[in-house]
Design a binder for this molecule. Sequence first.
Ligand SMILES: Nc1ncnc2c1ncn2[C@@H]1O[C@H](COP(=O)(O)OP(=O)(O)OP(=O)(O)O)[C@@H](O)[C@H]1O
Ligand SMILES: [Mg+2]
Length: 235
Amino acid sequence: MSGQSIRVENLVKHFGKGDSLVEVIDGASFEVKKGELVALIAPSGAGKTTLLMMIGCVEEPTSGTIWLGDEKVYENQWLTNETRKIRREKIGFIFQAHYLIPFLNVLENVTLIPQTNGVSKQASEKEAMELLDYFDIADKARAMSSQLSGGQNQRVAIARALANKPEIILADEPTAALDRKRSVSVVEMLKKIAIDQDVAVIMVTHDDAMLPLCDRILNIQDKKVVDVPKETKIL
Ligand SMILES: Nc1ncnc2c1ncn2[C@@H]1O[C@H](COP(=O)(O)OP(=O)(O)OP(=O)(O)O)[C@@H](O)[C@H]1O
Ligand SMILES: [Mg+2]
């Protein structure tokens, strides 16, 4: 099954007003399909994180339209009072730093959001163990984040992002803290997830070497989002 998972039309984001007005995104339109791993590239300050945060219902746009799956969630205003619920149910976030909660062990980190969504402890733990197994870190389930390597922590963070069975994964420089080999392994994992779970993945990256592993590359140019060829070099 495939179809559009993220659809953005004429999206605008301004910060501030008057002399301090910053126009970050101005009329961006694009789609990402289910099963697609899309890289988002652009220079620092171009608005990549801002764009992910709007799609993830964290940052309110200035105007435009956003659909997530079949649901129109934003049209010049949020169309729901429950953006947090949409975020919890539809979106998995992965950040540059893994942001695992330091006083919870690996298993507790992965089960936190499903349990917040009302899944039982037993069911969420079973699911989490399957995910940890998939990422080859099941033996670390009872370890604390501080006892894991950077790559292991990032795999736990990906498992956590998947634990609520999101339709969309938004990853903001997930490989920035990793060496080349581990970066490739994380991106290959995201690609496998996109295909296996029919999830749309947008991954911000500054690393040229990751681009051939992605299905498509989006760039922010002139405050708009454009498709660019895979051979593109990040400046
Ligand atoms: N809360 C805010 N208030 C005012 N300006 C903001 C705010 N958040 C972001 N900006 C501005 O919006 C622009 C885009 O920022 P953003 O963080 O989206 O860039 P980015 O492409 O993710 O950069 P990087 O590659 O460095 O992470 C920047 O000029 C930034 O200063
Ligand atoms: Mg950023």
